[in-house]
Write a protein that binds this ligand. Sequence first.
Ligand code: NAP
Length: 252
Amino acid sequence: MKNQLDTITDKVLLVTGGSRGIGKALVQLLAQCGATVVFTYSSSDSQARDVEQSCQSQGLHVHAFKADIREKAAAESVVESIESLYGPLFGVINNAGITADKSAITLPQEDWENVLATNLNGAFFLTQAALQKMIHHREGKIIMMSSVSGLQASPGQANYSASKAALIGLTRTLSHEMARFNIQVNAIAPGFIDTEMVQSMDETAKKRIKSLVPARRMGTVEEVANCALFLLSSGADYITGHTLVVDGGMSV
Ligand SMILES: NC(=O)c1ccc[n+]([C@@H]2O[C@H](COP(=O)([O-])OP(=O)(O)OC[C@H]3O[C@@H](n4cnc5c(N)ncnc54)[C@H](OP(=O)(O)O)[C@@H]3O)[C@@H](O)[C@H]2O)c1
């Protein structure tokens, strides 16, 4: 039986927000599997350079693009550049995301708009530009990085949970629109993953989080990256419109 996880070898992939956390793990894993990986970031120049250089020093094909995905023109330009520099774009992982947590009652308009612009608009602009290429290639994979906050109540995260729930709706609709072009669109909904986003919480909050997880620990960035690798592989060609929950059983 053919190993269906090796089907991303030599493919061109785009990971948004690859300078740290889950995105960085995605870049490293996918490049180690033989893909050419372009990743975006918006401001963390030195972190992005470190990821790019450490991957390139291992002989991996990794390239960092500075681009603010909230801007439609920037998202379109990333896709155009990838196709002209590296070849047909096979997969996009819409991973870039931010939080600005506050009670909904006092949530400033700026924090509402910025979280929606990054987490939802950015993913849509990039996906739309990528799909316009992929429908001609007659293959492609799109992954939206949602969150369990998009599936269940998440007090203090009205903006974030709205953006992550919207990504799931977008995933489902795109999966139907794109199925006849052999393009699969899926989402991943991580629970608590051990990244800077979570490490910045105080110890009491972290303890409370672990007590909510049946597995009694946070997930690792590698555990999320492995799910993306599966969804990008030909082994997952008959899976589309799905949201893969990676939360140690928390939301069940
Ligand atoms: N960590 C968790 O527990 C958890 C749980 C569920 C879901 N998630 C989701 O998983 C994804 C990654 O989370 P993480 O914890 O790894 O996040 P992170 O460490 O904060 O990294 C976020 C990445 O997104 C980039 N980014 C932010 N705004 C951007 C913009 N406007 N344009 C381009 N890139 C931008 C950042 O680069 P710059 O700083 O340079 O902009 C960075 O590379 C997010 O979508 C998050 O919502 C995380």
